[in-house]
Write a protein that binds this ligand. Sequence first.
Ligand SMILES: [Zn+2]
Length: 243
Amino acid sequence: MGILKKAVDLMLPRNCCVCGRFPDADGRIPYDVPDDFHICFDCLSGLIPQPPDRRFFLCLSEPYDGDPHPDLPLYMPFPYKGFFEKAVPSMKFHSHPELAQFAGRLLGGLMKKDNIGADLIVPVPLAPSRLKERGYNQAGLIASEASKICGIPYAGDVLVRVRETERQTEIVDNALRSMNVHGAFKVDPSFDVEGIEVLVLDDVATTGNTLHEAACALYEAGASKVLCCAVCGNRAVLNAESL
Ligand SMILES: [Zn+2]
């Protein structure tokens, strides 16, 4: 950062990339952060992880008979409220990829603390049309940054979308959500995941259907174990005690 820009930054408040507000003098973060990355005190104070015993769930919020992977675990250390309720829409729809990277660093630190292990981290892929529109895959940015902190290697293009799907957030019915993503992913044949443990990551998990489908594709390609991971989500029921 140039000296002039630094001087201007000190004088002029910048808007928070989570809530968009210009904080007053008391609400500014008083330490150096990367260019254009500003989070106000109000938003930062809402950044509270779940207690350690409330970070593991079953991937599907509504398990069904005949599920080939009924015990699929989900590691999800933050609630979708407070900080992330505002930060997720901001990172996805308001061009703030740096928020995804920030979330990845937070997640990576917690994964390390919680002894989350795997041979590889892969993100849930975006549909090519949405990737073009947004310019980045937020799940890829989160996974890549988490990888640097927790030391699990990252590969961005292992999973591919086989077909376009509707936005899961626009479908209310759980059965329809499940059908919407059924068979949506496959492992790119140029990658070999045979016999390895894979952590598949998304930004948010609601019903868990998307992560579940991604995990099924990894198992079909020969992965020995799959752990699903989302940065945040709201689950009332705690149903998986360990990995
Ligand atoms: Zn804010």
